[in-house]
Every structure is written in structure tokens, then in C-alpha cells.
Design a protein around this ligand. Structure first.
Ligand SMILES: [Zn+2]
Length: 231
């Protein structure tokens, strides 16, 4: 944009150029002043001053003649996309670390806790019961978790399954098992190691319930009876 302005100026004579350049200098100076006021460049992890006195964006590997130029670059698509990618990657890493923490604890027993810097108020109480479906005789597991200290109705437990290959602590991964994780901040996440068998997602076969009054989360699952399915 800047170049075009100068070219346009030169077409119409010398006076245009110098006034365009003057304006551009003023614009840059204003930008620089503004930038100095609003952005702490010393804290920008991606800005690097090189030995030539120019600037580099370590995120995009681009060169910039001055701080103002770098700053306008940081508002551009390339840099913004780079930041978004980086944030997504960091979130993914944090999630993996969390999963790893859970798996580390899982080794010690059925119930696990997460080592995290966040303040946790402890583990929920839990009960697991095994049963058989009275009609189909399919094996059934019921998990009951108690979160008595949870305040407000905004939070509720979330569950997710994790495969043996997804977790990275128990090595080698034992494909005979999968993991059911139940999380509810600020309680610690608990994980249950269960057989890696197909879970019945049919109606009434996989049920979760959050009773906000008693702060109790219940999850009931049925395993698909592979033998019965074949017949
Ligand atoms: Zn950049």
C-alpha cells in the first residue's frame, strides 16, 4: 500500500513524492508512538532484534525494518493464523499432559487423580457396580460419583473414553482395556480402566444422569454381547 502511494505520487511530479513521503514518515512515527504506549514489545515472545538492527518475527520467520512495521505485521492474517495454530497446539499439549497425569495415577489403582497446578478440592466419592441386564444378560457397569462440594448449577461432570493407544503412560498399551474418564472442576478427574469391549449405544443402554440436588453423577453402560449379536 505504501509503495503504491509513492508510485502514484511520482507520476504526478516531485512535490507529490516528498509530501507523500512526509505523510508516510509521520504516519509511521504516530504508529510507533501508539505502539510504544499500548504494546510492551519487550514481552512479545516472537519479536527478536537481530544483529543488523532490524527485527524478526520468530513465529512467521519474517523480517521487519522497525517496530511499527513488526506491529502492523502482528495484526496481519499470517501472524494471527500462526498465533491461532500455536494456541491450538498448546491446548492439545496441555490436554495430553493432563491425560498423562491421569494415567500415571491410574497405575496405582482403579481411581486416579490429576497432578495439576490448579487448585483441586479432592476426589469425588465413587461406587462402581457390576450387573447383568435382566433381559439380555449383557454385562453392565454403573458408576456413581458424588460431588458434594460442587457449588452452583453451572458445572457438571463430563465423561470421555480413552483408548489404550491414546494414553501414553501404560506401556506397552494393552488393547484389552479402555479408559473412562470423568472430570468435573474443581474436583480431580477420575479414571476407570474397563474392558476394551464394544459399548452398546442403543436406547437405554448408555445412560448418564446428573442430579444437581444431590450432586450425584451416574453413568450406566452395557457391553455389547458379541456372541448374542452373531446369533
Ligand atoms: Zn509473525
Amino acid at each position: 500500500m505504501v509503495d503504491r502511494q509513492n508510485r502514484v505520487g511520482s507520476k504526478f511530479g516531485g512535490g507529490g513524492v516528498s509530501s507523500a513521503q512526509q505523510t508516510e514518515r509521520e504516519r509511521k512515527e504516530r504508529l510507533r508512538q501508539l505502539a510504544m504506549e499500548t504494546v510492551d514489545l519487550a514481552r512479545d515472545p516472537y519479536l527478536m532484534r537481530n544483529h543488523l538492527g532490524t527485527y524478526e518475527c520468530k513465529l512467521c520467520l519474517t523480517l521487519h525494518t522497525n517496530e511499527a512495521n513488526y506491529l502492523s505485521h502482528t495484526q496481519g492474517k499470517k501472524h494471527q493464523a500462526g498465533l491461532a495454530r500455536r494456541a491450538a497446539m498448546e491446548a492439545k499439549m496441555a490436554k495430553q499432559n493432563e491425560a498423562t497425569d491421569v494415567m500415571m495415577a491410574l497405575r496405582a489403582g482403579t481411581q486416579v487423580s490429576q497432578a495439576q497446578s490448579k487448585v483441586k478440592i479432592g476426589r469425588p466419592g465413587y461406587e462402581v457396580s457390576k450387573s447383568r441386564d435382566p433381559d439380555t444378560n449383557a454385562r453392565c457397569l454403573t458408576f456413581e460419583l458424588h460431588y458434594p462440594e460442587l457449588d452452583g448449577g453451572n458445572r457438571q461432570p463430563r465423561h470421555r473414553f480413552m483408548s489404550a493407544y491414546e494414553q501414553r503412560v501404560e506401556t506397552p498399551p494393552d488393547n484389552n482395556y479402555q479408559y473412562l474418564l470423568i472430570a468435573c472442576d474443581p474436583y480431580e478427574t477420575v479414571g476407570f480402566k474397563i474392558p476394551n469391549e464394544k459399548i452398546d449405544k442403543g436406547e437405554g443402554k448408555f445412560v448418564t444422569n446428573w442430579d444437581v440436588d444431590s450432586r450425584m453423577f451416574t453413568l450406566t453402560l452395557h457391553f455389547v454381547d458379541e456372541e448374542a449379536e452373531k446369533n
